[in-house]
Design a binder for this molecule. Sequence first.
Ligand SMILES: Nc1ncnc2c1ncn2[C@@H]1O[C@H](COP(=O)(O)OP(=O)(O)OP(=O)(O)O)[C@@H](O)[C@H]1O
Length: 233
Amino acid sequence: MTTPPENRPAIEARDLRLTLGEGPAAVEILRGINLTVRAGETLALLGPSGSGKSSLMSVLTGLERATSGALSVAGADFAQMNEDALALARRGRIGIVLQAFHLLPTMTAQENVATPLELAGEDNAWDRAAAELEAVGLGHRLTHYPAQLSGGEQQRVAIARAIVARPPLLFADEPTGNLDASTGTSIVDVLFDRRKETGATLIIITHDKSLADMCDRVVTLADGLIASDTAKP
Ligand SMILES: Nc1ncnc2c1ncn2[C@@H]1O[C@H](COP(=O)(O)OP(=O)(O)OP(=O)(O)O)[C@@H](O)[C@H]1O
């Protein structure tokens, strides 16, 4: 019997391994990750520097191919895909928010947010981008360029860009890492509000214990393996 799509996990990883470099320089960075993430779950990924958090995110988002193992992401079999197929599969499935915002400096806020929709050939990209910027509290900043925005405002644009195409999966890598504490708190609120509104599954890499506490589940990596996995009661 096949599982109906709504009951399928957002992510299912089995014995996922990642080796980078070759021959004597080869380093096994992920050493057998087993992880199932429910659709709609919020999950914090913790672990010491070098434990493999960013590498795991790269594999789960299809930016990097696993060396071996099985990986299903939003119903797509990432482990079997070549780079071109992965790039296509990522689109529409995954939104990413990074510590350093990574907005395109020559585009306005609205252009930055409309671009993923335009690339996907969707209608009303311009209006949808404006509505999403409104939703993150930047309706009055549509025509501003990244350099004219504060760090917190730039991160709001990045959240709007990540979520505008309604991907089922949202990843954030240290989303408050470049912000002061109070701006960081307001960004976290925006991120969780938009996640709730859209129902996306959210995976956040963080060193911030209070941010981790906001998630349904906390997974800790150590040396390329899952060291602990705790769900809220
Ligand atoms: N291209 C590469 N070649 C070889 N080793 C690499 C490469 N990229 C990363 N590594 C190593 O893989 C390990 C895991 O790195 P990763 O960036 O995933 O850790 P992290 O937990 O995200 O760390 P941080 O919290 O510092 O960002 C580290 O030991 C790192 O040096």
